[in-house]
Structures are given as C-alpha cells and as structure tokens.
Design a protein around this ligand. Structure first.
Ligand code: PAF
Length: 215
C-alpha cells in the first residue's frame, strides 16, 4: 500500500479538478512532516468528514526564526508516507521550495492582532510565514475543509482570521490535542527535547489559559 506523492501545483490542481468533477468533498491537513500520533489524528478526522484527503508536507523556511532551527527540523518524508498510506489518505503534496516560493516571490500575508503576543512575542515574523504558506496551500489545493490541532492555539486563531479576512472558502476544523502518557502535547519538535518544559509546550499552556481571548 502506498500514497501518491505530488510535487507540483499543476499536478495537484489537475487531480483536485478530477475529484471535483466526481463531486468529492476535499480536505487538507497542512504539516511540515515528522508525523506523530497528533498529526495522524487530524488525518483520521479529515477522512471522516471528506471524500478525499490531501496531507501537505513542506518545511516552510519563512516561518523559522533562525537557520539552525530550520536545518535541525526533522525531515522524514519516506516514514511519513509510510504512516499515511494505511490510514487511507489520498495524496501527499510535498512541493519543493521553488514551487512555493518561485524566483521573484514578493508577497507576505500578515494577520495582525491574532499573531501578536503569546508565541508571536518570542518568534518575530513566525506567524507571517505560517499565514503566507497556509494561504498558498489553501489556494493551491482549493480544499473545502482544513484540519488543525488545538495544541497550536494561536495558530488556529490566525487561520480563522486569515480565512475570514481574505474570504477563502474553507472551513477551519479544530481537533483536540493528543498527549503523551506523561501529559506532554505531541509535537514533531519533541524529538529535540531533552526534558519536558520547553518553549512550545509553555506557549500551548499559556494560550489555553487565555481561551476566552476575543479574537
Ligand atoms: O504547524 C505546522 O506544521 C506549520 O506551521 C504549518 C501549519 C504546516 C505551516 O507550515
């Protein structure tokens, strides 16, 4: 069993158009790979709501605050594809940087308000990079539904604001956080933790405490 891997926008659009002609509902699960049970739970949720599920895999250089962090980010496409195939996901869209940011690329999407404070205060420009790449993935896939974990609470709000403000016709579906036995939220970056309590988990807890924030 294997999952088709698509690398170009042109091929992606031609497959999605064929699905549309069949009347299929399409979902997208944006990821940077290194898939763990948390991300796989998003894929399962997407399969319950849609006829066709695209998982995207792109390690987005524009959302990293430094080159060392980008270089250290785990790249495990082969293993990711092997985890997705048995679930029944329909496509792994894994474009390279030249597809996402061709020569002369000059447009950034910036979501004020929701991107400020919390993790945004520690990672200047991070949410601009996330908003830009996700807007592109939404427009490239033309999906009806997009699945995100509640773990990245601030990102979820950035996504909701982005789609509302730009009238992107996609429903943002939030899924519950999946945790390790000791309570740590699952994250691809956990591979790099020496012990529990690093920045990302702190951001998540702080964000959860501010659930009532009127974004
Ligand atoms: O959380 C991630 O994996 C990334 O921020 C995302 C949403 C795939 C955009 O690159």
């Amino acid at each position: 069993m294997s999952i088709p891997i698509v690398r170009t926008v042109m091929e992606l659009r031609s497959i999605v158009s064929a699905w549309r002609r069949e009347g299929f509902k399409v979902a997208v699960v944006p990821t940077m790979g290194a898939l763990h049970e948390g991300r796989l739970s998003l894929v399962r949720a997407a399969l319950e709501r849609a006829d066709r599920v695209i998982v995207t895999l792109f390690v987005n250089p524009r959302q990293f605050n430094n080159d060392a962090d980008l270089a250290a980010y785990p790249r495990t496409e082969h293993e990711d594809a092997a985890k997705l195939a048995p679930l029944g996901a329909h496509m792994l869209y894994a474009p390279d940087a030249s597809q996402m940011y061709p020569d002369g690329f000059a447009t950034m999407v910036s979501v004020s308000g929701a991107s400020e404070g919390l993790c945004g205060a520690y990672r200047p420009g991070h949410f601009d990079g996330v908003a830009t790449v996700v807007a592109k993935l939404f427009l490239q896939t033309g999906a009806d539904l997009a699945f995100f974990g509640e773990k990245d609470f601030q990102r979820l709000h950035v996504m909701r604001r982005l789609t509302r403000d730009l009238d992107i016709p996609i429903e943002i579906v939030a899924c519950p956080t999946v945790r390790e036995a000791d309570g740590l939220a699952m994250s691809s970056r956990n591979l790099r933790l020496s012990h529990v309590g690093e920045h990302e988990e702190l951001c998540g807890s702080y964000a959860a405490a501010r659930l009532a924030e009127p974004w």
